[in-house]
Design a protein around this ligand. Structure first.
Ligand code: CU
Length: 559
C-alpha cells in the first residue's frame, strides 16, 4: 500500500492538519461528555435500589446530591454529547459530499465556543450552582455563568451551521444546476431546522434567565420561559436524531452492501422534519394551565404529523436493508435479516439502534396524544420513552458510527471487533430493561426525577420498576465502558493502515428521478416559518403587550 492513510481524513485532501484536528476534537469532546454522562447515569439508576438515606453521591466525583447529578447527566448527554458529535460528524460528511474544504476559522470558533461553553456550564453544575436540570426553566435558577455557558454551547452549533451554509454557497456557484448531493442536503436541512428552532432557548436564556439570574430584574415569567424552552425543546430531539437518520439513509445501505431505496423520499423526509419539528413543542405543555386548548390541539395534530417521516423511514430503511440482505444471499421471507453484516460492529450497533427505536417511536405517540398524555405526564414513563429513543437511535447509532469514524479520523484500525459487538448488544439489552422499568413505574404513578433513596413515601409496588431501572442502567454503564475500551485501544494500539472512506450509498431511484423543487430552500424554509407563525403566533400575540410593560405572570392566549 503506497499510502498507509488511504481513505482517512488525513488523506482526503479536504483538510489542513489543523482543520482535521478541530473536527476530531469535536468528536472527542462528545465522547468525553458521554463518558462523564454515563457515570452520572449509573448514579441515577442505582439511586432506585439503595437504602433510604444512602450516601452514594459522595462516591461519585463532584456530586453532593441527586439533582446535581441529574443535571450533569442531562446537560452533558442532551447538549454537549449530541451537539459536539453533530458539529464534527455533520461537518465531515458535508465537506466530503461537496468535496470542498471547510472554513477554518468558522469551524475553529465552533469548537472554541463548544469547549468554553461546556467548561463554564459543567463548572457551575459541579460547584452546585446550577442544579436546574437540562430543561433549565424557572422557578429553578442557576448562576449567570451557567447560562452564558449554555448559550455558548448553542452558539457552537450556529458556527457549524454557518460553515455548512458558506461551503454550500461556494459549491452552488460552481454547480448552478446540479442536484445537491443527498448527504449535504441532509446536513443543510438539519441545520436549517435547528437554527430556527434554537432561537427559542437562546431568547429564553439571554432575555429572561440571564437578567433574572444576574439580579437585573426581580421577577421572570415561568410560563413564557417554558414556552420558549419547548419551542426549541421538541425540535432538539430531531437535531439529535437527524445525524443518525443521515447515517441510516445514506451510509448503512452502503456498509451493508446494498443501495438506498429512494433519494427523493429521503429528501422529503428531511424536509418534513424541517417543517414540523418546531410547531409541535406545546405537546410538552399539555398540562400548562396558561395555554389555550386550541393551541394545544393544533400542536397535537402537528406532532402526529412528525410521526409520518419516521414511518417513511422505517419503510425506506427496511427496503434498503432487505435489498442488501438479498444481495448477500439471504433467501426466504426473513433470511435476508440473518444475511446482513451482523459481524460488523458499526452496522450491528445501528441495526440494534433501529430495533430499539421502533418501540421508542411508538411510545412517543402516547406522550403526543392530547388526552392519553395525562396518564403519563411527568411520570417515569417520560424518561422511559426518551431513553428508548435518544438512548437507542441517537446514542447507540453514534457509538456505531464511531466504529468507522474514529479509525477514519485517527488512521488506525478498529481494535476489538468482538468487544465492540458485545458492547452494542449489551447496550440494547440494558436500555430495553431500563426503559421497561421506567415505563412500568410511570404507569404505576411513579413521578419522574425522583430521588428515590431520599423518599419518605416509596411505594412497595414500585420495587420491580426500581430493580429493572437499576439493573438495565448498570448494563448500559458496563456497555459504555466497553465502548471506551475499544476506542482507547484503537487510538493507542490500533495498527496504522488503509481504511474505508466515509460511506456514501447509491440510490436505486436516484436524485434525477425526484422533483427539483425538493432542493429549493426558499420554499421549505418559507413554509417552515409560516407553520411556526401559525403554531406560535397566537402565543406571541398575547404576550406582545407584556413586553412593553412586563407583568409578573400572564395567561397566554387569554385562557
Ligand atoms: Cu416532544
Amino acid at each position: 500500500m503506497s499510502n498507509p492513510h488511504a481513505g482517512t481524513a488525513a488523506s482526503s485532501g479536504l483538510y489542513t492538519d489543523r482543520d482535521r484536528q478541530v473536527l476530531t476534537w469535536q468528536v472527542y469532546v462528545a465522547l468525553i461528555a458521554f463518558g462523564i454522562g454515563i457515570l452520572q447515569g449509573l448514579a441515577q439508576a442505582l439511586d432506585r435500589v439503595l437504602p433510604a438515606g444512602s450516601t452514594l453521591w459522595t462516591l461519585f466525583p463532584g456530586l453532593s446530591n441527586y439533582y446535581q447529578g441529574l443535571t450533569a447527566h442531562g446537560v452533558l448527554m442532551a447538549f454537549v454529547f449530541t451537539f459536539a458529535f453533530s458539529n464534527g460528524f455533520m461537518t465531515l460528511v458535508h465537506q466530503n459530499a461537496l468535496q470542498r474544504r471547510p472554513r477554518s476559522l468558522v469551524i475553529l470558533l465552533s469548537l472554541v465556543s463548544l469547549g468554553v461553553g461546556s467548561l463554564l456550564a459543567a463548572s457551575q453544575i459541579f460547584l452546585g450552582k446550577a442544579s436546574v436540570l437540562f430543561t433549565m426553566y424557572p422557578p429553578l435558577k442557576a448562576s449567570p455563568v451557567y447560562y452564558v455557558g449554555a448559550v455558548l454551547v448553542v452558539v457552537s452549533t450556529w458556527f457549524t451551521a454557518l460553515n455548512a451554509l458558506l461551503v454550500y454557497r461556494d459549491w452552488r456557484r460552481e454547480h448552478p444546476t446540479d442536484r445537491i448531493p443527498l448527504q449535504a442536503f441532509a446536513v443543510l436541512a438539519t441545520y436549517a431546522m435547528w437554527f430556527i428552532a434554537s432561537l427559542g432557548v437562546a431568547v429564553e436564556t439571554l432575555f429572561l434567565l440571564l437578567p433574572w439570574s444576574m439580579g437585573l430584574v426581580p421577577l421572570t415569567d415561568p410560563q413564557l420561559a417554558r414556552t420558549l424552552f419547548w419551542f426549541s425543546g421538541h425540535a432538539i430531539v430531531y437535531f439529535w436524531l437527524l445525524p443518525a437518520y443521515l447515517s441510516w439513509y445514506t451510509m448503512i445501505p452502503k456498509q451493508a452492501g446494498g443501495r438506498l431505496y429512494s433519494d427523493g423520499l429521503a429528501r422529503m423526509v428531511f424536509i418534513v422534519f424541517l417543517l414540523l419539528s418546531t410547531p409541535a413543542g406545546i405537546h410538552h405543555q399539555f398540562t400548562d394551565p396558561g395555554l389555550r386548548t386550541d393551541i394545544k390541539a393544533l400542536h397535537y395534530v402537528l406532532t402526529l404529523g412528525v410521526f409520518l417521516p419516521s414511518m417513511i423511514t422505517a419503510f425506506s430503511i427496511m427496503a434498503a436493508l432487505e435489498g442488501a440482505g438479498r444481495a448477500r444471499g439471504g433467501r426466504g421471507l426473513l433470511g435476508w435479516i440473518r444475511a446482513l453484516p451482523w459481524g460488523n460492529p458499526s452496522v450491528a450497533a445501528q441495526l440494534l439502534a433501529m430495533i430499539g427505536f421502533v418501540l421508542g417511536g411508538i411510545s412517543g405517540l402516547v406522550n403526543a396524544s392530547f388526552t392519553v398524555n395525562l396518564v403519563v405526564h411527568n411520570t417515569a414513563w417520560i424518561p422511559g420513552h426518551f431513553h428508548l429513543t435518544v438512548g437507542t437511535a441517537v446514542a447507540l447509532s453514534v457509538l456505531g458510527i464511531c466504529y468507522w469514524l474514529v479509525p477514519y479520523l485517527s488512521g488506525r484500525t478498529l481494535w476489538g471487533r468482538r468487544t465492540a459487538l458485545a458492547q452494542a448488544w449489551l447496550w440494547l439489552v440494558g436500555v430495553m430493561i431500563f426503559s421497561r422499568g421506567q415505563i412500568m413505574g410511570g404507569l404505576e404513578g411513579l413521578p419522574r426525577r425522583l430521588n428515590v433513596s431520599g423518599l419518605a413515601y416509596d411505594q412497595p409496588f414500585w420495587a420491580t420498576s426500581h430493580a429493572m431501572t437499576a439493573f438495565g442502567g448498570t448494563l448500559m454503564f458496563v456497555s459504555g465502558c466497553l465502548f471506551f475500551v475499544v476506542i482507547g485501544m484503537t487510538l493507542f494500539y490500533g495498527t496504522k493502515g488503509a481504511h474505508a472512506p466515509i460511506p456514501v450509498a447509491e440510490a436505486t431511484h436516484d436524485a434525477r428521478q425526484s422533483w427539483p423543487v425538493l432542493d429549493d430552500w426558499r420554499v421549505w424554509i418559507g413554509a417552515a416559518v409560516f407553520l411556526i407563525v401559525l403554531g406560535y403566533g397566537p402565543v406571541a400575540l398575547t404576550y406582545a403587550p407584556h413586553f412593553v410593560s412586563p407583568p409578573n405572570s400572564a395567561v397566554i392566549g387569554g385562557g
